[in-house]
Design a protein around this ligand. Structure first.
Ligand code: ZN
Length: 340
């Protein structure tokens, strides 16, 4: 099982000040992987910077220039929560390049799977704009490279960040070679991700009510995500991985546990083995509670490496008795996605 990790300390140089999306996130993740010994069982891949041409496959020149200029003048705010520092443009190139490099290594057979531990995150970045802590859409840069240069014909992007990846949807809504399946909390930022947003028939949004937890996610994967994904026959699976659906997360209100993240990842791994030789490339998106983030990422690596589940150090929430009834939602999704 050749599992890669894409990481560089350069990702700590995107300086957001007092902010949930801070360098402390990756420091906590690396520390957790080192202290559990997983770090030494992974193939380490150094991220190269993406080129401007890589970015221009999915972004407008105006957007790329804007982020570059903002960095050059010392930084500033793109919106209330999205910050650019003097190093952010360069670091964002490494983040996009890191996911692209992970994908390249998986496609050429050096790795079976790769997890790019990058920041800034990417899935809210649209073709023409930064938002929601995201500057460039890292996973979209990799997907577009797969289509254009590696001649992959069908890419599937699964997104389990608790927020809808509006940017990824925006970029690929008219690109039928890329399918996008997102499971996210609704209502929640950024407000998009309704079931009826179908793009060219390649967008599959699964908006879950607040307080959905391990059981609801397991049902959604078994009854909707896996059947839809299998039908799409992807040649590679890219994953936008956010760990902000955990019950400890303050920016959302779901009830997932670390064990729940392992369950999700096991389903994705089985799906990849059945459909595309196990080829998975994961890009880190959100997750702001440091214990939930680092524990969730550890669980993902355990699944990829075929290790037995480690105990969940955080356990379930003590207030998890308000799980929603998702039967009506599942019925609506099956009708919308022709699964009946
Ligand atoms: Zn998120």
């Amino acid at each position: 099982m050749t599992v890669g990790v894409v990481y560089s300390p350069v990702f700590l140089e995107h300086d957001t000040g007092e902010h949930p999306e801070s360098p402390l996130r990756l420091e906590a993740v690396v520390q957790k992987l080192q202290e559990t010994g997983l770090w030494d069982n992974l193939v380490h891949v150094a991220p190269p910077p993406a080129s401007v041409d890589d970015l221009l496959r999915v972004h407008t020149g105006r957007h790329v220039d804007y982020i570059r200029c903002l960095s050059e003048v010392g930084g500033g705010r793109v919106d209330a929560e999205t910050i650019v520092s003097s190093r952010s443009y360069d670091v964002a190139l490494f983040a996009a390049g890191g996911v692209k490099r992970g994908l390249e290594a998986v496609v050429n057979g050096d790795l079976v799977s790769a997890f790019a531990l990058v920041r800034p995150p990417g899935h809210h970045a649209t073709r023409d704009g930064a938002m929601g802590f995201c500057l460039f859409n890292n996973i979209a840069v990799a997907a577009a490279y797969a289509l254009d240069t590696l001649k992959i014909g069908r890419v599937l992007i699964l997104d389990f960040d608790v927020h809808h990846g509006n940017g990824t949807q925006d970029i690929f809504a008219r690109e039928p070679r890329v399918s996008y399946i997102s499971v996210h909390q609704s209502p929640l930022y950024p407000g998009s991700g309704a079931i009826h947003e179908r793009g060219a028939g390649n967008i599959f949004n699964i908006p879950l009510p607040p307080f959905s937890g391990d059981d609801e996610y397991a049902r959604v994967y078994d009854e909707i995500v896996v059947p839809v994904a299998s039908r799409l026959k992807p040649e590679i699976i890219l994953v936008s991985a956010g760990f902000d659906g955990h019950w400890r997360e303050s920016l959302a209100s779901m009830s997932l546990t670390i064990k729940g993240y392992a369950d999700i990842m096991r389903r994705i791994n089985a799906l990849a083995k059945a459909s595309c030789g196990g080829r998975i490339v994961i890009a880190l998106e959100g997750g702001y509670d440091l214990a939930a983030l680092s524990g969730g990422i550890r669980a993902v690596f355990d699944v990829l490496l075929g290790n037995a589940d480690a105990p969940d150090p955080l356990g379930p929430s003590r207030e998890n008795d308000n799980a929603p009834d998702i039967d009506p939602l599942l019925m609506r999704l099956k009708e919308s996605f022709d699964l009946t």
